[in-house]
Design a protein. Sequence first.
Length: 328
Amino acid sequence: ALITLRQLLDHAAENGYGVPAFNVNNMEQVHAIMEAAAEVDSPVIMQASAGARKYAGEPFLRHLILAAVEQWPDIPIVLHQDHGADPGVCARSIQSGFTSVMMDGSLMPDAKTPASYEYNVEVTSKVTEMAHACGVSVEGELGCLGSLETMQAGKEDGVGAEGKLTKEMLLTDPDQAADFVKKTKVDALAIAIGTSHGAYKFSKPPTGDILAIDRIKEIHARIPDTHLVMHGSSSVPQEWLEIINQYGGDMGQTYGVPVEEIVEGIKYGVRKVNIDTDLRMASTGAMRKFLAENPKEFDPRKIFKVATAAMKDICKARYEAFGCAGQA
Ligand code: G3H
Ligand code: 13P
Ligand code: NA
Ligand code: ZN
């Protein structure tokens, strides 16, 4: 059944676990996420970006999720809209049947330029008012995702050409977080602690100065009742990186967020953990390997099948590590 993000994260807080929120664009990802959840008895958060809706088309995306609800009636599923760039995007998701929306007011609607605090409070409050009237949950974001490592090296980092990020913006301020939650009434708050989207997060295994797990503890101490969200939380599996490069790929050396660090965050209020890149890497690696080893094969179902299996393994590992296995 579909449930709201608030319902799931309240249960997660009471029982001390976190839930991976996997991005979905197609049937194979939905299968992998759901098959893994069914095997370990985990609740599920599937999230779709505006780009996902554009890729699949709104009716196809909606029916993929409805198909999952029908095929796995015993698993609670949150259908969440990832990174809404403006209140209009959130409104369309509410109409489409999403049970949770993210208003990312940390950036302007171009999704590149850092926004002012006042702007963020204004657009996020607008969305909570609208969404709560419809029984839909809201995630807000305070602070900008971006690399502390790059910033410390004195290089410009960013969300884009216009994105002039300061070190202050890359770490969510605990007092401001308390004010933000009070003013906007969000159900969950995404925070910035040095992670970034995509595969290229860290040039070496991250240490505390570039992945600020301590900041989570400070924020949680200030707002213990708020459900925290970690974005950019792919672990960038080194084994998949090697397979991609071994079978014709060309990805640079890079490191993600170690699962143990996420588990530490879950002890301090992190309840939703956003993961997209890990499933992209697993499916691409599995398909590259299969195609290289089976050059005569031309049935795409055989190719997609290995991608689904590879993604499913990652999903299971995250459900187990984050403590949501057995909680459905
Ligand atoms: O936050 C970004 C997610 O990884 C979704 O990416 O906009 O390419 O669908 P996308
Ligand atoms: P990754 O790129 O680390 O998978 O992060 C995904 C994310 O935060 C989606 O909102
Ligand atoms: Na989100
Ligand atoms: Zn994100």
